[in-house]
Design a binder for this molecule. Sequence first.
Ligand SMILES: Cc1cc2nc3c(=O)[nH]c(=O)nc-3n(C[C@H](O)[C@H](O)[C@H](O)COP(=O)(O)O)c2cc1C
Length: 365
Amino acid sequence: MANRLSTSFTGLEFVNPFVLASAPPTESKRKIMKAFEAGWGGVVTKTIGLHHVENVAGPKTIFQRASDVKPYVSRNKRPDTVSHSSWNWELISDQPLDLWLPDLEEIKTTYPDRMLIASIMAGAGNDEEMRNWQKLATSCINAGCDAIELNLSCPHMDRKDMGANIANDEEIIRDIINAVTDAVDVPIWVKLTPATAALVDAARAAYEAGASAISLCNTFPSLPLLDPETMKFEVEVDGLVTSGGLGGLAIVHQALQRVSDISKAFPDRAISGIGGIRGFREAFNFVAHGAGNLQVCTAAMEEKGSGGVGIKLIQELKDDLADYMERKGHSSIEEFRGCARHRIVDHSQVRRKSDEYNGGYAKSA
Ligand SMILES: Cc1cc2nc3c(=O)[nH]c(=O)nc-3n(C[C@H](O)[C@H](O)[C@H](O)COP(=O)(O)O)c2cc1C
């Protein structure tokens, strides 16, 4: 029988729609190999760049948990807690491109049926940076990668011409996509920041410039909590902290809303859904709003004993999706993709109890 979980997304054939997002689970050949062995349909590599990367002199990521007993959110170890979120201020990969390239080649040769997407990032504002985007894209594709994801969304880059710092600029989005599509002929996924009121405009600029898909969401800009007793932040260096990225279950609702906005504005275009997927229910919701591909980070990192690549998680995601599809008689996720789209409406379009309601305005005589 045909594999119900196989999906075609941006012209690439995935054995299942579940992909490890660009982050620590995909930061090395060892982890990516382990992830493919566990059954992930694809990976987006940890973002690869050309500039010098030096992370903060302290923990780069914390996992925050909530408790029913003392319902505050903290990384501190307490009994009976459940996962709430990850918070990180990690920069992109510090492994240089020339060390990545033989690794990418070996990964693709070992797992030819799995999709290997290279996440890349350079700067903006001059021709040299455009050439850097082209060099990164060309090198990764020549090493065997199937597609490119442009990181225009890291919420805490140290450089002002990178990541979310430039993601609201439609001209820059167009310039980068034009440079990359001039250099390589593969699907280009564009990872945008959710932290903008102009997300639909940014997505339009990206699609029009040749993006095959929008990947949404990167982590949400946020601050860690300050402990009132110790006056320490949950994470800090020398008492200082800066805006970092919130991921995990805590962001699922906001991520879905961003995906829904793009899906309603561009129903025929591809979206890779990311943000708070821990199991089938969250994954299902992204598909219901229009995503044709699903990326996971925090839940994989949190799985104990898996080396941070979500070995049990991918098995559960596949089993639960297959079970659901069998019970509902679906042969592909395409049969329910976007099914929630028409049910997301303006507030004024939701039925009121009285006939007098006129969208919040006085009824004209
Ligand atoms: C520690 C950490 C590092 C990350 N690094 C990257 C990165 O290099 N490039 C990128 O595009 N996204 C990066 N992300 C964002 C994730 O790919 C993902 O978009 C985000 O965590 C939301 O998914 P989640 O809720 O499943 O964690 C990182 C996330 C975390 C937690």
